[in-house]
Design a protein around this ligand. Structure first.
Ligand code: ATP
Ligand code: LTN
Length: 331
């Protein structure tokens, strides 16, 4: 039985980028691997590496659990939990800090980007964030980690940490592999197609949220930045806006770029954007309907209680093994 694992930060309402680059693939893999185990969590400890309002954080955690399920994750072969409820994540993170070098963390591009945006000082947790992420993964012996393209560097560091620990203390961790989709692993902002669509971005105009009113989604797609050529053609360098819209189109319809180009040959951007708006709205409307059905159901807490219990059991065992190998305490 293989173990797949991933997490999403409750730093806001998940976006179309999170859906195409992550959530949707979780569901796809789960459907394709019914005999394997899927460990998914709400990465709330990661969320507080940048400032969060406590009330909003609480709401975002709940909404994210609802959205995991509304997107189609199946409780049958899944452990779903909230990261901060399983204290082994922080404990393992600390031990792994002792085998991670400052220089490695200084090279992380997500740290450099996010540090630049901080106005009230940079939290040291933002710097050590990738080590906690390594702990999240290594605690469960996960083999596969489905993520968007922006997490590739963190996964490489996780692998380096695992290999280093294994060399120093003996075979302990499974070295995980990232699963990054070929199409849609980096959806760009609709107003600034050179920047990743981010749920915690300052300006929301180029970002589509999964719980946003459908009309607002239509408007955002129709006013997405394109170019003056008026030809639907995939060319990231010269036509980043239209290429990004084509990526969204392709991800949600499974049409290739070439098929999309042929479909819209001789037809301007208006029709293309109108069609794309309906494709996106159809997909998100399904998620919102399901979300509204389940968000107040006691099932959510039941699943989270069960998830916490199962996750703690696995994590505690791994943490004890690590303490023992490192020579800590009286293990
Ligand atoms: P923040 O804005 O707070 O940094 P985020 O949306 O960038 O949040 P996460 O919530 O941690 O980051 O991302 C969850 C998953 O979604 C990760 O696997 C990440 O790689 C993926 N993801 C995030 N943004 C995009 C995007 N624009 N396109 C594709 N995948 C994305
Ligand atoms: N850092 C990730 C969220 C995350 C994660 C993980 C993803 C935290 N822990 C473990 C995969 C595995 C991000 O997407 N920003």
């Amino acid at each position: 039985m293989a173990i797949f694992l991933s997490g999403v930060k409750p730093t806001g309402i998940p976006t179309l980028g999170n859906y195409i680059g992550a959530l949707r693939n979780f569901v796809k893999f789960q459907n394709e691997h019914k005999d394997d185990l899927f460990v998914f969590f709400v990465a709330d400890l990661h969320a507080i590496t940048t400032p969060q309002d406590p009330k909003e954080l609480k709401q975002n955690i709940r909404n994210l659990v609802g959205l995991y399920l509304a997107c189609g994750l199946n409780p049958d072969n899944m452990i779903l939990f909230i990261q901060s409820e399983v204290s082994e994540h922080s404990e393992m993170g600390y031990v792994l800090q002792s085998v991670t070098y400052m220089g490695e963390l200084e090279r992380m591009t997500q740290y450099k980007d996010k540090a630049q945006k901080q106005t009230e000082g940079i939290a040291s947790a933002l710097f050590t964030y990738p080590v906690l992420m390594a702990a999240d993964i290594l605690l469960y012996d996960a083999e596969y980690v489905p993520v968007g393209d922006d997490q590739k560097q963190h996964l490489e560091l996780t692998r380096d940490i695992a290999i280093r620990f294994n060399n120093r203390y003996g075979e302990t961790f499974v070295v995980p592999e990232p699963l990054i989709a070929k199409t849609g692993s980096r959806i760009m902002d609709l107003q600034n197609p050179n920047k990743k669509m981010d749920k915690s971005a300052d300006n929301n105009k180029g970002c589509i949220f999964l719980l946003e009113p459908l009309d607002s989604i239509r408007k955002k797609i129709k006013s997405a930045v394109t170019d003056s050529e008026s030809i639907v053609r995939y060319d990231v360098e010269n036509k980043p806006g239209i290429s990004n819209l084509m990526t969204i189109y392709s991800s949600l319809t499974n049409l290739t770029y070439q098929e999309i180009e042929e479909k819209y040959r001789g037809i301007g951007y208006g029709q293309f954007k109108g069609d794309l708006a309906e494709i996106v709205v159809d997909e998100i409307a399904k998620i919102q309907n399901k979300f509204n059905e389940i968000i107040n159901s006691p099932l959510l807490d039941q699943l989270l209680d069960e998830g916490r219990q199962k996750a703690s059991q696995i994590a505690r065992k791994k943490l004890c093994e690590v303490y023992k190998k490192v020579g800590l305490g009286r293990f």
